[in-house]
Design a protein around this ligand. Structure first.
Ligand code: HEC
Length: 116
């Protein structure tokens, strides 16, 4: 029994090391996130094909700051990109946005979704 004890005590440390390897810090840069420099390009490449002023699928327009801000304030933008229950998962019929992109949008919204 006493022989086993040291192994048991070491287990949490080993597990931690392995977890670090499995989920390395991806270095997602969320400083200096801005509407024009970060958010707009993300929406342009992933969403405007269906949510521009012209396309407005589901009557959702994400083009133009004021239009976008409405969906930010209602919580529908975050719900949709996080694939939360009760929201339509976006982008529609495509894989979820990668974590770092979602993190940037979250950071911008936490900053108050400024028009910068
Ligand atoms: C292929 C077309 C398509 C793409 C690409 C797309 N959407 Fe949508 N989106 C739709 C349609 C259609 C609806 C309305 C029907 C529905 O809710 O499923 C919708 C609904 C929404 C809604 C309302 C969801 C709700 O539950 O109220 C939001 C917010 C939204 N989209 C955001 C986005 C964002 C952000 C992106 C890009 C990351 C995106 N969409 C990409 C087609 C698309």
């Amino acid at each position: 029994m006493l022989m086993i004890l040291p192994f048991v005590l070491l287990l949490p440390a080993c597990y931690y090391d392995v977890e670090e390897e499995l989920y390395p810090d991806t270095g997602c840069a969320t400083d200096n996130v801005t509407y024009s420099g970060t958010i707009l390009p993300i929406l342009e490449s992933n969403c405007f094909i269906c949510h521009s002023e012209a396309a407005k699928n589901g009557n959702v327009i994400l083009e133009g700051y004021d239009n976008l801000k409405g969906h930010v304030d209602s919580g529908r933008l975050l719900g949709a990109i996080r694939h939360e229950a009760g929201f339509s998962p976006m982008p529609q019929n495509q894989p979820q946005l990668v974590d770092c992109v979602i993190e940037k949008i979250e950071t911008w919204i936490e900053d108050g979704a400024p028009d910068n």
